[in-house]
Ligand binder design. Structure first.
Ligand SMILES: Nc1nc2c(ncn2[C@@H]2O[C@H](COP(=O)(O)OP(=O)(O)O)[C@@H](O)[C@H]2O)c(=O)[nH]1
Ligand SMILES: [Mg+2]
Length: 279
């Protein structure tokens, strides 16, 4: 498929794709939804439900899964027909897994480029799934117009144990696996966190994929957050600054890797030592 080839080209050689990417016009109607949370929380299962709901509204949906264990990837799909549902032959659904390699903002840059392409070729919704564990994966959520952080009763004392980062980026908290004990406790805990914030206007929802509960509400809410926050998030100075920083770091790392031989790198390093800014 031509789209897959194009995305692979961009993923493998972001630098050379820059002029092409710069020529792509942004589609104001497209929305990016970020889904993150600890492994096993049910992110992929929920995304599968979102896809079904959005498809029923005739929205075209693309998924970028930055999760090596995602059931969307490779053979795992075949072993998990329930979670994948029937999107296999649906042309209005595109699923792609991305490795979280390429540090220094590389993942951020290539995921962003891929989302841009997917929007340009006509996908109304681009869902980005990352495991909310590493800083790199969390940063990718900056690309989204709205972010849902998925938690489960087993997450335990989340508010104490979760890194601040993952709590901050949420527009919606989803307590999934509401069919399990402890879901209400976690829900209340998050609700009081959100209530204290006042002006931030974040939301807490309960879902159960297995019991088919809370899913349309979640789907609708995520979409409406994205619609409302889209412009603000895409033009946020903080985000643009971080994207630029990523790009600069990534370009430097690329150049360092490709242009400096191993022999010379020691010379560069000792030269650099001399120029360090004194404290
Ligand atoms: N009991 C229960 N299990 C669920 C629910 N949602 C997902 N799961 C299961 O949790 C496991 C992890 O789901 P997955 O979607 O791969 O999680 P991810 O790692 O966050 O993407 C799978 O075995 C799912 O079937 C739910 O609402 N209730
Ligand atoms: Mg997953």
């Amino acid at each position: 498929m031509a789209l897959s080839k194009l995305l692979s080209l961009v993923e493998k050689n972001l630098k050379d794709s820059a002029p092409f990417l710069a020529g792509i016009k942004e589609r104001p109607s497209s929305l990016r939804l970020g889904i993150t949370g600890p492994p096993g929380a049910g992110k992929s299962s929920l995304i599968n439900c979102l896809v079904e709901i959005y498809r029923s509204k005739s929205l075209k949906v693309a998924i970028l899964a930055v999760d090596p264990s995602s059931p969307f990837s490779g053979g795992a799909i075949l072993g998990d027909r329930v979670r994948m549902g029937s999107h296999g032959e649906d042309k209005g659904v595109y699923i792609r897994s991305l490795g979280s390699r390429g540090g220094f903002g590389g993942l951020n840059a290539s995921t962003g480029a891929m989302a841009t392409i997917l929007e340009a070729v006509g996908f109304d919704v681009v869902i980005i799934e990352t495991v909310g564990v590493g800083q790199t994966e969390l940063q990718v959520m900056n690309l989204a117009d709205a972010v849902a952080v998925i938690l489960v009763p087993e997450s335990g004392d989340v508010i104490q144990t979760l890194k601040a980062g993952i709590l901050e980026i949420a527009d919606i908290f989803v307590v999934n696996k509401a069919d399990r004990p402890g879901a209400e406790v976690l829900f209340n805990e998050l609700q009081s966190l959100v209530d204290m914030e006042g002006e931030k206007n974040r939301e807490v929802l309960l879902t159960s994929v297995t019991k088919n509960e809370g899913l349309p509400v979640f789907a609708e809410s995520l979409l409406s957050y994205a619609k409302n926050l889209r412009v603000k998030k895409r033009l946020a100075p903080e985000r643009l600054r971080r994207e630029l920083e990523n790009l600069v770091l990534w370009t430097l790392a690329e150049n360092l890797n490709s242009k400096i031989s191993k022999l010379r790198i020691t010379n560069v390093y000792s030269a650099f030592e001399k120029f360090k800014i004194p404290k």
